[in-house]
Design a protein around this ligand. Sequence first.
Ligand code: NAD
Length: 477
Amino acid sequence: MGPARLQRIIDCIMSEHVVQLFDLQKKNCEKVRATSVSQRIEKLRRLQRNILAKQNQIEKALYEDLRKAPQETGLCEIYQVTSEIKHACRHLRQWTQPRRLNNPLIFFGSRASIRYEPRGMCLILSPWNYPLLLALGPVISAVAAGNCVILKPSEVSPYTSQFLQTLMEETFPREEVAVVQGDQTVATELLDLPFHHVFFTGSPAVGKIVMQAAARNLASVTLELGGKSPVIVDETYDLKDAAKKIVWGKLLNAGQTCVAPDYLLIPESRQKEFIGLAMNSSRKMYDRAAENPDYCKIISRRHIDRLQELLKDSIDRGANVEMGGHFDESRLYFSPTILSNVSLDSSILNEEIFGPILPVVPYQNLEEALHFVNQKPRPLSLYIFSTNTTTVNTILNRTHSGGVCINDVAVQFGNLELPFGGINNSGIGNAHGLFGFRAFSHERAVLKQPRVGAMTFFYPPYTERMKKLIQWAIRYL
Ligand code: NAD
């Protein structure tokens, strides 16, 4: 039997398995919907216990996939997941309460409220860059909201995906939460099924495919996408502090972070000093990065090639390599890199970088910096380093982005009170805490009328008296 035929048979078996799983969960959906807040909290606590008991396995999986240091796995993956669980357990009772609303006078005597009801069958497609956090974060919100879930983690981070499968099997019955592994073929099969909600985290290009597929079933979507998150440093902010924070955000996970600062806009007069300070910070954090155990690898050969091409294209168009510019394909290593004099039409200033390269772009005045940001698609995050309130407000008022962080980078992700999400090209909808719970809930409007409601005065026949009453309502109600 040839490999193509074998692959077709495997695809066929896989496809049947996926449909069976979907049907199994669908039958169970109403039962899960009826679970109490206490039962959902107990499920989340079970998940937390299992995660804590398997911390070593998580660290190993993340090391295999991304050569991530255990400390970074602890801080950026496990802690973020456990805090999302604790936050949900603490607030779930309040989140699930129906919300009473005010009544307009014409609805005198009625009761209006919103009930938060589970959406039902949810599909979660997650990426490889924070493979534990970005898979479990939405699972936590979906379970808190009372849904059934099929999770398809990324095929590009196979160790963590395998771990997630085992973790879910040990934590949830498969008719409630299940993992299906596979690449885009499996994702496509899943997207053909009539899920009620699709929560996708990944690139804008695949986000468009997911939204089109969801449209065939009129499924609602949450799209957590990427983009080029700019940093604007002005004349006032302490450069040493800015350099340290920007370099940290850029090199965390070797730049493979959706909220990483993508490029830097800085007054021309401060550019040289910034580059010197950034180089110092980089060396302090990741001394001899090539051998440094704290520095992550690039996820795959394909991604190294992509970064290498971005770098080559910039150099061909006249960019100066101020620091780094080295890579070793065999070890999936790409050095911390700073570029200056980057041509505005080079790919690195037009595609999401998603790697440890920082292009520094000088500007003459704030107007020029705003124009630079605004001519690109709306980013996931925008970072401002300034002590001048007028400058901060001008930037806030004249730009768009999913979120903003002032005087720091990336840390807004960790505040679960804030919604986390993009806008247009960087995403649709929000995740985290209450906003994640709402993403997986249908806001059902309920109106309870008194036996004799005000509307009965407006039933036909349409008399002159009623005409006057309507005129009065138009004017005064
Ligand atoms: P990706 O879009 O390639 O893949 C994400 C998921 O989609 C994976 O599970 C993958 O198997 C699946 N997929 C791939 N091709 C598909 C197709 N044709 N049809 C259906 N599903 C398909 O993204 P990635 O490379 O894993 O992650 C990097 C991107 O994700 C970057 O753009 C980054 O900015 C973004 N990202 C965004 C966030 C956020 O929270 N906003 C977080 C992390 C990453």
